[in-house]
Design a protein around this ligand. Structure first.
Ligand SMILES: NC(=O)c1ccc[n+]([C@@H]2O[C@H](COP(=O)([O-])OP(=O)(O)OC[C@H]3O[C@@H](n4cnc5c(N)ncnc54)[C@H](O)[C@@H]3O)[C@@H](O)[C@H]2O)c1
Length: 465
């Protein structure tokens, strides 16, 4: 156990090394297991940061407390995770009574800052789910707290860890297409996954920061990491034209809806026992309806989003996010002084095979399904040459294999060298969320937004120099 703990300590130091701010290694003793508390016992908290940690890393860590504002979800979460620890509605009380080493934050996005800051101030290291936060004031408050605390803050950016995304990083870093000058990046959410955001708290700007932040933070983090530069300015368009009040009819929720048989989006949550136990059984405590109507009038996020991002190294990016596509997938193209890289995943027409979109979404939502392996290609087309095809072994489950690699890097094999710098710290968390925050502000104001005006981080042409 001693060894595992040393390994874990080293992992945190390595993660910290890539942050632009000084972060010290963990300072807890080596004689006991890492004491972990988790706040937010929803689907992500109970599965990926809960049950999976207990199942895979119980030799080095133990849950000493779980917290959530919903007492029913908290009770269910404890059973599902398999943790033998007290539960707390009151997060502050949990900190005082359990004195944890590490706080894991998996609550609703707009509340992350509260638990990150309290955790750091209490003297704990903090690991938060993406997005780091939802607006620039909260981002600055997190920055200030982290600088004062001398503790570590890790952001769980799992997409970087998928072999496919890592291969793109490797090809760019090898200089295969010279200096990158521009990027086209388009992400398509299907009518299952895209719609799912409009059923939940994600449909309200104040709760998830809009999909510009909640979802696109993943994509912007990939861009920042692939390009190895900071965003400098963002201009965006966006509107709500399909979901929300655009629907011709609406109900209270799918279960009770009179349009069950005629609505294309009818979603039968009663068929999923885990979701019934986690959400429906606990609606009475807080009114959180998991199968809410995606045409309800209170929805105020965008369902069509398009942005131009100028990077400090002068790369320009055209980005878009679509939320009602017939398929789920994405495309990216990097133009460079010596050629072009094209990459895409799950575009059904590319492979001339049909993909069952409902099944694909169910797997992603379950968050603990088995993986399927196959291979996906990346095109590298050097100027004046025929194109090359690079085949990458690919995994479908666990966010393209990224989820488990992120865990292993933190808890199991931290000493293995990572030339691709996939570990993400506070600076990465802010620089990805801030692009979405800027995009939102640009839509509201009609003006381009300068990143340097949002927090005291100044964009750098090269992130690590
Ligand atoms: N990296 C990924 O791929 C990935 C995937 C899914 C979710 N996430 C992130 O994980 C987080 C949780 O998402 P989810 O899908 O599990 O949501 P969820 O709605 O299932 O769970 C959120 C939980 O937080 C609790 N909560 C809300 N406000 C709270 C507060 N003030 N204090 C204490 N508890 C509070 C809710 O009661 C709920 O149990 C989000 O930040 C989301 O962005 C990341």
């Amino acid at each position: 156990m001693e060894n595992s703990r040393r390994t874990f300590l080293a992992s945190i130091s390595m993660l910290a090394a890539y942050s632009a701010f000084p972060i010290n290694a963990f300072n807890f003793g080596l004689s006991k297991k890492l004491r972990v508390v988790l706040v937010g016992t929803g689907i992500r908290g109970t599965s990926f940061w809960g049950k999976r940690l207990v199942d895979e890393y119980s030799d080095i860590l133990e849950f000493v407390g779980l917290s959530d504002i919903n007492p029913g979800r908290l009770k269910y979460g404890k059973e599902y995770i398999g943790a033998n620890c007290p539960t707390f509605i009151d997060f502050d009380k949990m900190l005082v009574e359990t004195k944890p080493d590490l706080v894991i934050v998996t609550t609703m996005d707009s509340t992350h800052h509260e638990f990150i800051i309290k955790g750091l101030e209490f003297g704990c290291d903090v690991l938060t789910e993406k997005p780091l936060t939802t607006n620039e004031n909260k981002a600055q408050a997190i920055l200030d707290a982290e600088r004062k605390s001398n503790k570590n803050l890790i952001v769980g950016f799992n997409y970087r860890w998928s072999p496919y995304n890592t291969k793109i990083k490797e090809i760019i870093a090898s200089g295969a297409i010279g200096k990158i000058t521009s990027v086209d990046f388009h992400w398509y959410l299907n009518t299952y996954h895209g719609a799912s955001y409009f059923r939940r708290w994600h449909g309200i700007k104040d709760k998830g920061g809009s999909l510009w932040v909640h979802k696109s933070t993943h994509h912007f983090d990939l861009l920042n990491w692939w390009l190895d530069s900071d965003p400098e300015q963002v201009f965006a368009y966006g509107s709500l034209e399909y979901y929300g009040s655009n629907g011709a009819f609406r109900g209270d929720n799918c279960r009770t809806c009179e349009y069950k048989t005629s609505c294309d989006y009818f979603y039968d949550i009663t068929k999923n026992k885990r979701l019934m136990d986690l959400y429906v059984a606990n609606e009475k405590h807080d009114g959180y309806i998991r199968d809410n109507c995606l045409f309800r009038k209170e929805i105020d996020i965008y369902d069509k989003m398009s942005a131009q991002i100028k990077y400090a190294n002068n790369v320009t990016v055209n980005y878009s996010l679509t939320t009602y596509s017939p398929f789920e997938g994405w495309r990216i193209a990097f133009n460079g002084t010596e050629g072009r890289i094209e990459a895409s995943l799950d575009i059904p027409y590319d492979k001339k095979v049909s993909i069952n979109q409902a099944e694909m979404h169910a797997k992603e939502m379950e968050q603990n399904t088995l993986e399927e392996a196959n291979s996906e290609s990346i095109i590298v087309h050097k100027l004046w040459n025929d194109f090359d095809t690079v085949e990458v072994p690919f995994e479908k489950g666990y966010h393209g294999g990224g989820d488990k690699r992120l865990h292993d890097k933190i808890f199991k094999t931290p000493n293995t060298e990572d030339p691709y710098e996939r570990a993400a710290g506070i600076r990465d968390g802010i620089m990805s969320a801030i692009i979405g925050i800027a995009a939102r502000k640009s839509i509201e104001s009609g003006d381009p937004i300068k990143i340097k005006d949002l927090t005291d981080i100044k964009p750098m042409p090269n992130r690590n120099k």
